[in-house]
Structures are given as structure tokens and as C-alpha cells.
Design a protein around this ligand. Structure first.
Ligand code: NAI
Ligand code: MG
Length: 354
């Protein structure tokens, strides 16, 4: 018997309780086939937990997570709960306290899925967004004064550090060496002249250490247009926390649905467990109907296995996804009529049969 991985499973809220079990069923199938096993522990944290217990996770929640090899996560947030809490009290907390400074978000057109960019093919849409995941615009360092008076004033401070930029930049250039050897820095340093001017300077310095990788700088406005007009120019994108957040929803849209996007919050040094989650939220509008697309959650399982060193198993999951979409086995968001469980079962069946 091969290795056993200890996985913390955080279903979260909304469609999490439908798509996470779908993803776990795929993980179990691929583990059985590739001779490793998963020791999973469920944590019922999130906005539902907050409604019952007054907190998204217990105060020693981060300490509990440190005992695991990885965290497999759905999404948190419910309409009945203040929507500034899910990020502050769960996602940002895990991402920063476990130093998951790389947010790895691939964008890829699967066969059988019609991209809104109709004449683009699988060859044209295949890139990775690397979102700096610990600092930048989302450090939540600011102040509101006198909000209900004519003197109201609010400030949010963005924070960029040399260490933070260097480490995400090195990750980007190393990843590019395994792909098509092209890094695009998506920035807005023409207007955010201090923080992003510094960001660009540090990335350009790192770029010089990778002469075999092509380096391009592109402004976010042009990059958004290019996602739609010529996605084939991208291979590895490195960008800041907020720009990466926004661009990856656009990436999800050009794949055909937000429900397709998988991601990893990665601590490359493995000092802490990394966390793998779909790019979307808890989709309360479609929860409880067995219609959510589980592919983003399943793809996140593949990214998790790749990180754990189970590359062949990860490839197997991707082949299972591709087979499922190519057959037209699609959920409602992709204009099909397959259920969440049918899509997951189709991926599992492919893995078992091949
Ligand atoms: P959302 O991503 O949950 O939903 C946006 C739209 O995409 C909805 O129409 C939804 O039905 C659809 N959609 C999302 N995932 C889908 C899937 N797998 N299959 C089919 N359709 C899907 O974003 P929204 O509505 O802005 O946020 C809902 C809640 O999720 C909020 O409480 C928000 O704070 C939370 N959220 C949590 C995140 C996290 O935990 N990492 C990330 C983003 C949002
Ligand atoms: Mg987002």
C-alpha cells in the first residue's frame, strides 16, 4: 500500500455540501487505482457554523488544520450572514496564517464545452493565473472616520513587500519552465505608481534570472480585453491579490462557467498545508437542487494531488473531466441537463474503466 494523506475536508456552505462529496468520490476512485489512500476528516465550518455558534471556525481552527497534509474546501458564505465575514474569518485567515501565498488558478477550455468565444478551441484557452494571495489590496489595513457625517473619510492601504513579490515571481517563472515558457505580469503601475511600480521593478529583477522564459508586462485593462479577444497570448499570468481575484472570474467565464474553475492556495515550501477550492462561491441561489457544476471542485482535487506529488492520479482526474465534458455530460450552467452527482459518477466511471 502506498502513502496515506491526511485531508481536512471543509464543505462550507451552499452548494459545498453537494460538490465537495462529488469531489471526494473522485479522489477515492483515483486513490484506489493509484495505490495511495486518503484519511479524511470533516469540519462543519462556515457561515452555517457561525449562525449556530457565533464563529466561522473555533479559535484553535488554524492549529487544527496544521495537522493535515492538505485542506479540501468548498466555499463559505450565506445570505443570512454579514458578507464581509467569510473572507475575514475563514478564507483570508487560512490563506495568510498558513502562508498560502500562491493562488494557482488555471483556465482551460474542455472539449465539448462551448466557450462564449465560439471560434476559439482548446488550444487557444489554456493558461494559469497566479494570484498573489497574502498581501496587496486585500490586507484589510484601513480606517473609516465619521461615516455618517459630511466629514466622512475612509482609507484602505495596499501593501506590497519585496519578499512577497519575489516569492510569487519565482513561482511563476518556475511554473512557466514546465509549460510554454511565457510569463505575463498583469499590473496597473501607470496609475498605482508606488505599490505597483515597486511590484514591476521586483518582478523585472526576478525575470532576469530566467533568461529562457519570455517576460511581458501588460496593464489590467488591456489584459481583460485580451482574455476575450486573444486568450492564446497567455501562458502564466502573475498578478496581485485583487486583480487576480477579478481576472479569474473572467477566466471562469471564458471557460464557459464559473462552476468549471478549480484552484489551489499553495504554500510551496510545505511549511503548512495548502488549501484547494473551486474559484466560485457558495452559490446559495442554486443550492440543494443537485444542479451545481462539480467540475471546479473536482479539478481542485486534481490540483491537490499534483501538489502532493501524485501527478499520474491528477492527470487521470483531468482525463476523466475531459471525457465527461466531451460526451456532453454537462450541468445546467453549461446548458446541459446532467445533475451534480451524474457528472461526478461519470468522472469516477472513467477513472475505474481506464
Ligand atoms: P458565487 O460564485 O457563489 O455565484 C455566482 C454565480 O455563479 C451564481 O449565479 C451561481 O449560481 C453561479 N455558480 C457558482 N458556482 C457554480 C457551480 N458550481 N455550478 C453552477 N453555477 C455556479 O458568487 P456570489 O453569488 O457572489 O457569492 C455567494 C456567496 O459565496 C457569498 O456569501 C460570498 O461571500 C461567498 N463567496 C465565497 C468564496 C469562498 O469561500 N472562497 C468566494 C466567492 C464568494
Ligand atoms: Mg473571487
Amino acid at each position: 500500500m502506498g502513502k496515506t494523506y491526511k485531508i481536512a475536508v471543509v464543505k462550507g456552505d451552499g452548494i459545498g455540501s453537494e460538490i465537495v462529496p462529488a469531489g471526494v468520490s473522485v479522489l477515492e476512485a483515483v486513490a484506489a487505482k493509484h495505490n495511495f489512500s486518503l484519511d479524511t476528516t470533516d469540519f462543519s465550518w462556515g457561515a452555517g457554523h457561525y449562525l449556530k455558534h457565533g464563529e466561522f471556525m473555533p479559535s484553535d481552527g488554524i492549529e487544527q488544520l496544521k495537522a493535515f497534509d492538505a485542506i479540501y474546501f468548498g466555499a463559505v458564505g450565506l445570505p443570512a450572514v454579514d458578507d464581509t465575514l467569510p473572507a475575514r474569518d475563514y478564507t483570508f485567515k487560512v490563506r495568510t496564517q498558513l502562508e498560502q501565498y500562491v493562488n494557482y488558478r488555471p483556465v482551460k477550455l474542455f472539449s465539448g464545452v462551448k466557450s462564449p468565444l465560439r471560434d476559439k478551441t482548446e488550444k487557444d484557452i489554456d493558461f494559469v493565473i497566479l494570484r498573489e494571495n497574502n498581501e496587496g489590496e486585500f490586507v484589510q489595513n484601513g480606517k473609516i472616520l465619521y461615516p455618517d457625517t459630511p466629514n466622512g473619510v475612509a482609507v484602505d492601504t495596499s501593501m506590497v513587500t519585496r519578499l512577497g513579490v519575489e516569492r510569487i515571481a519565482h513561482y511563476a517563472f518556475k511554473l512557466a519552465r514546465k509549460r510554454r515558457k511565457h510569463v505575463t505580469n498583469v499590473t496597473k503601475s501607470n496609475t498605482l505608481i508606488y505599490t505597483l511600480g515597486f511590484w514591476d521593478k521586483v518582478i523585472a529583477e526576478v525575470a532576469e534570472q530566467y533568461p529562457d522564459v519570455t517576460y511581458t508586462k501588460m496593464y489590467i485593462d488591456n489584459a481583460s480585453a485580451s482574455f476575450v479577444l486573444k486568450p492564446e497570448v497567455f501562458d502564466v499570468i502573475v498578478t496581485t491579490n485583487m486583480m487576480g481575484d477579478i481576472l479569474s472570474d473572467l477566466g471562469g467565464a471564458i471557460m464557459g462557467s464559473l462552476g468549471l474553475g478549480g484552484s489551489g492556495n499553495i504554500n510551496p515550501e510545505n511549511n503548512f498545508p495548502s488549501m484547494f477550492e473551486p474559484i466560485h462561491g457558495s452559490a446559495p441561489d442554486i443550492a440543494g437542487q443537485n444542479i451545481a457544476n462539480p467540475i471546479g471542485q473536482i479539478w481542485s482535487a486534481a490540483i491537490m494531488l499534483e501538489h502532493l506529488g501524485e501527478s499520474e492520479a491528477a492527470q487521470d482526474i483531468l482525463a476523466g473531466i475531459e471525457h465527461t465534458t466531451a460526451k456532453g455530460n454537462l450541468t445546467k450552467d453549461l446548458k446541459g441537463n446532467a445533475t451534480t452527482s451524474e457528472v461526478a459518477e461519470s468522472v469516477v466511471a472513467f477513472i475505474k474503466a481506464n
